[in-house]
Design a protein around this ligand. Structure first.
Ligand code: AMP
Length: 299
């Protein structure tokens, strides 16, 4: 089965204490689509401007990503600039330019409307709902979000929660959404808002999955060198849905393995700037790390 990914297709400038990297390929949909492509065929829905480099189109193509839903418009591509502190868990957004994504509400091509596995990667909830409303045959819909939308589009986000199967958010966002400090209690409260499955990401400490059958604690792959964590969350959710789509069958039965594959795919993302390391990964390298991780947590 193939995956439909919607989100931002961006140019990112990323500063760390050691390096500065302008105009990298980024965006939630780019990271998620490349991650998913290690497991399943992927179609992307996004928009880029006239400044979007042809090399980045080639990179999508290298991963077999279907670009029928990637619109090109006159104007500037969504641009995001972020800076990390020495502790790479802390990052600040220096600038966001919406460019061609501002007010963009596309009609998705007919051929993409019947996709069964749908990833609403991080973008404005209104856009996520607009895309979802055009799909016809969905089997599993997962959405990612961020603090910005909790601050400025809370009602739209709450409406989205009633329309999806799974929400992914980080621990501070879960606290912000529920006003509850205890993550286990917060998970229950998020289920009450709609989604059958909820995943709370905890960065280098892994993630917690909550399903009707209970909780699963997923570790992150222990890395010795962290170059740039930008896009790790998107790679996590991309790898996860790619694995689920490839596995088919019962979602609940495959969810634990899917989350581990997502977690390991995200580890590659962190080893290079932008998509540089993810794009060099292979399915064999991912599977080898999954086996290493399994050995680390088995007891
Ligand atoms: P992550 O590190 O998983 O939070 O994802 C970072 C990616 O999200 C970058 O490649 C950015 O281009 C993209 N991004 C930053 N701000 C936003 C936003 N407001 N909406 C959607 N995507 C964004």
């Amino acid at each position: 089965m193939s995956v439909l990914v919607v989100g931002t297709t961006a140019l990112d400038s990323i500063k760390t204490p050691y390096s500065e990297n302008p105009r990298l390929l980024g965006g939630s949909a780019s990271h998620a689509a490349v991650a998913a492509s290690f497991f399943s065929p992927v179609s992307i829905v996004g928009v880029v401007g006239s400044d979007f480099p042809e090399d980045y189109i080639s990179l999508y193509k290298k991963h077999g990503i279907d670009l029928e839903g990637l619109e090109r418009k006159e104007g500037q591509t969504f641009f995001w600039e972020g800076e990390y502190e020495v502790n790479m868990n802390n990052r600040q957004t220096l600038e966001t330019v919406l460019g061609v994504i501002e007010g963009w509400l596309p009609a998705i091509p007919t051929g993409l409307q019947e996709k069964q596995y749908i990833l609403l990667a991080n973008c404005e909830p209104k856009l996520q709902r607009h895309i979802l409303s055009q799909t016809k045959n969905s089997r599993f819909v997962i959405a990612d979000t961020m603090d910005l939308w909790l601050n400025i589009a809370r009602d739209e986000l709450l409406a989205l929660l009633k329309e999806i199967d799974c929400l992914v958010l980080n621990d501070s966002e879960a606290r912000q959404l529920t006003e509850e400090d205890n993550v286990v209690v917060a998970l229950k409260q998020i289920h009450d808002l709609g989604p059958k499955y909820v995943i709370v990401k905890k960065g280098e400490h892994g993630a917690i999955l909550s399903t009707p059958k209970g909780l699963f604690i997923a570790p992150a792959f222990p890395l010795t060198k962290l170059t740039d964590p930008t896009g790790a969350g998107d790679s996590f959710v991309g790898g996860l849905i790619g694995y689920l789509a490839a596995a088919g069958g019962d979602i609940e039965d495959n969810f634990r393995k899917a989350i581990i594959h997502g977690s390991v795919t995200a580890s590659f993302c962190c080893e290079g700037f932008g998509l540089n390391a993810t794009t060099e990964a292979t399915r064999d390298a991912i599977d080898a790390r999954v086996a290493e991780l399994e050995a680390l947590v088995r007891f």
